[in-house]
Design a binder for this molecule. Structure first.
Ligand code: ADP
Ligand code: ADP
Ligand code: ZN
Length: 218
């Protein structure tokens, strides 16, 4: 099973992907997490991606595809269900992903469109905090850690992502509308699109998502 999550920054894709991966034997591939890891490890790819991410622009397709290819091919053969969080983000990436899955005699099972209004999204992003060690996300109001500003799992101080700054948030949103939103038609034309009302609380959104997955498993 291959699930794709599409939506502008801050709708809750990462949060829901983690919850699915905890409940089911599904492997989460978040290109944002992989890119941040590459930057931390100072790999060549990370060095090339860094300035694009700081500006809130998309990292070139070839770099992102390289990361995804590597991750899919090095994941244990026992795992055959994947959640792609924040990938694909361009039509070109979607086509490349189709090719990759075809080579595994597989295809996308569902593309989930996370929909919500702009204002609430900015509130989510500006209150987002991240664990620099395990990359889990929290929110100062909506998903608080047990102890203020400390990761529940790693016991280290949470940080604010440098691209969760107002100007960069604006840039990332416009990149979504221009380059990623066309994917909704791309998947809808193939009858693969499911839209979820992402404005509700974390548990209610997860309930819908869980239903999609349960239906796919039938
Ligand atoms: P994305 O991966 O789509 O950018 P995240 O999962 O990182 O979004 O969520 C953005 C922020 O909003 C995080 O701080 C997260 O804790 C919080 N959040 C996620 N889902 C919800 C929700 N349904 N209601 C309120 N806050 C949420
Ligand atoms: P969010 O969901 O909050 O926008 P991500 O962590 O998914 O954030 O992505 C952070 C940044 O990483 C993006 O602004 C972009 O620069 C880069 N990035 C992540 N995924 C992709 C992708 N599939 N294609 C190109 N760039 C990407
Ligand atoms: Zn942590």
């Amino acid at each position: 099973m291959f699930i794709v999550f599409i939506g502008p920054p801050g709708v809750g894709k990462g949060t829901q992907a983690n919850m699915l991966a905890e409940k089911y034997p599904m492997f989460k591939i978040s290109t944002g997490d992989l890119l941040r890891e590459a930057i931390r490890e100072k790999t060549t790819l990370g060095e090339r991606a860094k300035s694009f991410m700081e500006r809130g622009e998309l990292v070139p397709d070839a770099l992102v595809i390289e990361l995804v290819n590597e991750k899919v091919s090095t994941t244990s053969k026992d795992i055959n269900s994947f959640i792609f969080d924040g990938f694909p983000r361009t039509i070109e990436q979607a086509k490349q992903l189709d090719g990759l899955l075809l080579s595994k005699k597989s295809s996308i099972s569902v593309a989930v469109n996370f929909a919500m209004d702009e204002e609430e999204r900015v509130t989510r992003l500006s209150g987002r905090r991240m664990c620099p060690k395990c990359q889990r996300t929290y929110h100062i109001k909506f998903a608080k850690p047990k102890i203020d500003n400390l990761c529940d799992y790693c016991n280290v101080d949470l940080i604010q992502r440098s691209d969760d700054d107002e100007a960069v948030i604006r840039q990332r949103s416009s990149v979504y509308w221009e380059q990623t939103r066309p994917l909704l038609d791309f998947y809808d034309q193939r009858n693969l699109l499911q839209t979820i009302d992402a404005s509700r609380n974390i548990d209610l959104v997860f309930k819908d998502l869980d239903n999609f997955v349960a239906n796919l498993k039938k």
